[in-house]
Write a protein that binds this ligand. Structure first.
Ligand code: HEM
Length: 393
């Protein structure tokens, strides 16, 4: 297998990983990525095939599982009980419970709320240059996920801090300090949810936390640890990536000379998909092989890992004609921004709805929106989002 060398913390790569992806993809679908010490899939076909191949999965094979270092215990507890890191039958049981709250009807019903919140946030924009990422892109998803779960909105700043400290564990820049911060954030998050869930047992409402509490109480095989891990996963996943999809989207639209047609009701679905294809907020996930498997000319042994480069698959010319061009009028075709197969993003309908409403409302209310400095991406691979997005409205 061909070997590629690319530091995921190199600043040129972080600002623009696409040339590296194009070069890697050109020689073969699987390459050995030295820094990650595992084969990596760069082509559309390979990423799609591996996402759907049930002989690969996210849960660590039982014989490889360790208890992990003591200083990480609270963080590891949330991971161990998370549906994201489970495979069937545990995954099926947890995902089914969550999906009850993420029906298309329940998500569509949030439209008015999302629209109203967009307007409220825009009403607070200052006259001087300001960070749109902080003021708009971050606030919308975090407040909406709080409402959906039934967590008080004034917890949003705390949730953001905990979530940032926890997701830093999945970024290439991870250090020992990151680990301590993630463990502390997990411990505080768990404590908060323990007492909040206790409080809510006596005060049921029409929200996801209540539904999960009921499932736990009715013995629907949801343990308290799973209930807490699910809430943490939803609260974190519910905003981290959406924030940067909106941020990357605004950047993309402004840099490509926004055409008002792109944001009209008949064009917005394509625009949202094109933003997610062209500059997705999450670029890489990994899988374990569960048996000896030969794919794309390579033999995996049980326990071997493979990296799936979602950001690279989306720019594969074999998947999308003229793939390096941002074209919001292109026909919609499944891209890999939300993954695929068993772990396909539960929140995709919500994230799409938020983007579909937030972008047109923003540009309609602020027709002169302009960048005041070139936006920079954060050094947080495999996350791909901006550090800030300075604009004038
Ligand atoms: C544009 C925004 C978003 C993007 C790009 C995104 C992307 C992804 C991806 C790629 C995966 C699969 C990871 C893998 O296969 O290894 C995933 C899983 C997941 N996402 Fe999202 N996500 C977004 C928004 C959301 C939102 C808003 C929520 C919740 C409200 C959410 C909840 C989840 C959950 C619970 C999973 C785990 C699903 C499972 O393991 O079965 N995501 N997401």
């Amino acid at each position: 297998m061909i070997t590629v060398i690319q530091s995921p913390t190199d600043s040129d790569f972080v600002q623009n990983p696409y040339p590296f992806y194009a070069a890697a993809r050109a020689s073969s679908p699987l390459q050995f990525w030295t820094e990650y010490n595992m084969p990596a899939a760069f082509s559309y076909d390979a990423v799609q095939a591996l996402l759907k191949d049930r002989r690969f999965g996210r849960e660590i094979p039982a014989e490889m599982a360790t208890t992990g270092p003591a200083h990480l215990a609270p963080f590891l507890m949330t991971e161990a009980h998370s549906l994201l890191d489970a495979e069937p039958p545990r995954h099926t049981r947890l995902r089914r419970l969550v999906l009850r709250a993420f029906t298309s009807r329940a998500i569509t019903a949030l439209s008015d709320d999302i629209e109203a919140l967009c307007h409220q946030l825009i009403d607070t924009f200052p006259d001087t240059p300001f960070d749109l990422l902080d003021t708009y892109c971050t606030q919308l998803p975090v407040i909406i996920i709080c409402r959906l779960l039934g967590v008080p909105e004034d917890m949003a700043p705390k949730l953001l801090k905990w979530s940032h400290d926890i997701v830093a564990m999945y970024q290439a820049s991870r250090t020992l300090e990151t680990e301590h911060r993630a463990a502390a954030a997990s411990a505080e998050f768990i404590d908060f949810l323990h007492s909040y869930i206790d409080q809510r047992r006596n005060d049921p409402r029409d929200d996801l936390i209540t539904r999960l509490i009921t499932a736990e109480e009715e013995g629907e095989s949801l343990s308290t640890d799973e209930l807490i891990a699910t809430c943490i996963l939803l609260l974190n996943a519910g905003h981290e990536a959406t924030v940067h999809s909106i941020g990357n989207g605004v950047k993309c639209l402004l840099e490509h000379g926004l055409n008002p047609e792109w944001l009209k009701p008949e064009g917005i679905d394509r625009t949202v998909e094109e933003i997610l294809r062209y500059d997705p907020p999450l670029h890489m996930f990994t899988r374990y092989a569960y048996e000896e498997i030969e794919v794309f000319g390579h033999t995996f042994q049980r326990g071997d890992q493979v990296a799936l480069l979602l950001g690279a698959a989306n720019r594969d010319p074999q998947g999308f004609p003229d793939a390096e061009t941002f074209d919001p009028t292109r026909e919609i075709k499944t891209n890999t921004a939300f993954g695929g197969g068993l772990h396909f993003c539960v929140g995709a309908p919500l994230a799409r709805l938020e983007m579909k409403l937030a972008l047109p409302i923003l540009f309609e209310r602020c027709p002169n929106l302009a960048l005041t400095e070139p936006p920079q991406y954060s050094n947080t691979y495999h996350f791909h989002g901006l550090t800030r997005l300075m604009v004038t409205a």
